[in-house]
Design a protein around this ligand. Structure first.
Ligand SMILES: [Zn+2]
Ligand SMILES: [Zn+2]
Length: 444
């Protein structure tokens, strides 16, 4: 497909200052023109955008676990990117906790080669902060950067000590890379499995207090201020964490943060209702109480939260189908994110479509220093087509991800991704959305 013209859709692109009915012309994988009633250029395939659809820069999920190499029974890079495009994402950043750990150029190159072979969503590897993520010695960050890593993290674990975090922040300044931290004081977390609160107490589950996260966020914000490095707080869930981030931002520290959809849609009441001890409600950080959820929503509304990222964490049914204490932490998120954000945030008036694009496309692109996040002429032609009024029902069995561990099975939600376009090619059309077929699937 060399030339394509999307005609008459509502284009929302905050970086370019657009929100209105505009045409988008794509040529050879790039956007070449955006404007009102663009002339039909020679040889362009014209797609009349159905009424009500919205054209936005491709969504980027900056926090996913693709499991390959090492745990291909949960997910592979090929199945992960299939789930990504089905969820409306044109790019994903994948965490270091594969087996072997992505702490060297060999693993990074392997991931990039597999992603190229799969040919769907762009994949941005995130390398380890420390060798083997053991928390002792810095990994070879220069090597990881040269091989294509876009950030470093020990996600799954926190960056173990203040000293290592300091060194990582100092060193990454040379490469302009963010350090992403899974904030958790492990001595406070102990062997906790759920948020420390009334529900965990009633069910006899060991608790993880919000303070376990808040203490580590405060540490990282302080070190970001001290070093000038960029800290990105992963999957923020506790109210004190947001306070610390706000203070850091006011003081000029380079701090950004993300919230996962389950942390603004579910509370720890899910441990008891509708199902008791549902292991699909076991994640780390855990589902917090209603007051924490309220604060996360407020942060998303007022702009102190930069990004919504899913922390997509596939686990095989056999691993989750055990008693709560023994189940692994995490849920899949790529295919449920857009409907949850629409239904719970956009349609309830918490955020506008402009904020939607900032949270899911523009800010992740900026934080990872990647292309995308805008449809300005010259930009890569990665586009997500949204159908804000499409009603969808989440069905565990229909998920493209290899794993089905979601707590949202059966949820009826308004808003979905209708089609996903990467480099000008339509790589996904949502057959649950009427009219989406207008975007003409290009095959894979
Ligand atoms: Zn984590
Ligand atoms: Zn994670």
């Amino acid at each position: 497909m060399v030339k394509r013209l999307l005609k008459g859709g509502r284009v929302v692109d905050p970086a370019a200052g657009h929100d209105g009915e505009l045409d988008v012309l794509m040529e050879n994988g790039r956007v070449t023109a955006v404007g009102r009633d663009l002339p039909l250029s020679d040889g362009a395939q014209v797609i009349q955008v159905p009424r009500g659809f919205v054209i936005v820069p491709g969504l980027i999920d900056m926090h996913v676990h693709l499991r390959e190499p090492g745990q291909e029974h949960k997910e592979t890079i090929a199945t992960g990117v299939r789930a990504a495009v089905a969820g409306g994402f044109t790019a994903v950043a994948c965490m270091r906790n594969t087996s072997p750990v992505n702490d060297n150029a060999g693993v990074t190159s392997f991931i990039l080669a597999k992603a190229r072979e799969a040919g769907l969503a762009r994949v941005y590897p995130i390398g380890a902060v420390t060798r083997g993520s053991a928390g002792e010695q810095l990994a070879d960050i220069a090597e990881l950067h040269a091989a294509g890593c876009v950030a470093i993290t020990d996600d799954g674990h926190p960056v173990a000590t203040s000293l290592i975090m300091r060194r990582a922040l100092e060193y990454t300044r040379m490469f302009d890379l963010p350090v992403i931290d899974h904030c958790e004081d492990q001595s406070l977390k102990g062997d906790g499995v759920a948020h420390e609160g009334v529900y965990a107490a009633a069910l006899g589950l060991r608790g993880i207090p919000g303070a376990a996260e808040e203490i580590m966020v405060a540490r990282d914000v302080t070190l970001a201020g001290m070093t000038g490095g960029h800290v990105h707080i992963a999957h923020m869930s506790a109210r004190g964490s947001l306070e610390a981030v706000r203070v850091g931002k006011t003081r000029g520290a380079h701090v950004t943060c993300e919230v996962a959809p389950h942390h603004f849609t579910l509370t720890d009441e899910s441990l008891e209702r509708p199902l008791k001890y549902d292991t699909n409600c076991k994640m780390n950080p855990p589902l917090r109480d209603a007051a924490d959820v309220e604060v996360m929503i407020e942060g998303i509304r007022d702009g102190s939260v930069d990004v919504i990222a899913t922390d997509h964490a596939p686990h095989h049914a056999d691993e989750k189908n055990v008693e709560f204490d023994r189940a692994p932490f995490g849920i899949v998120g790529l295919e449920t994110c857009v409907p949850l954000v629409f239904d719970r945030l956009v349609h309830r008036g918490v955020i506008t479509l402009t904020r939607f694009v900032e949270l899911l496309s523009l800010n992740p692109a900026r934080i990872l220093r990647r292309e995308g996040g805008t449809l300005a002429p010259g930009a890569v032609a990665d586009i997500t087509v949204l159908a804000p009024d499409a009603c969808v029902t989440i069905r565990r069995a229909s998920l493209r991800s290899k794993s089905k561990n979601t707590p949202f099975d059966g949820w009826e939600l308004r808003g979905a991704a209708a089609a996903t376009i990467i480099g000008g090619r339509t790589v996904f059309v949502n057959d649950a959305v009427a009219g989406a077929e207008a975007f003409g699937w290009d095959g894979v």
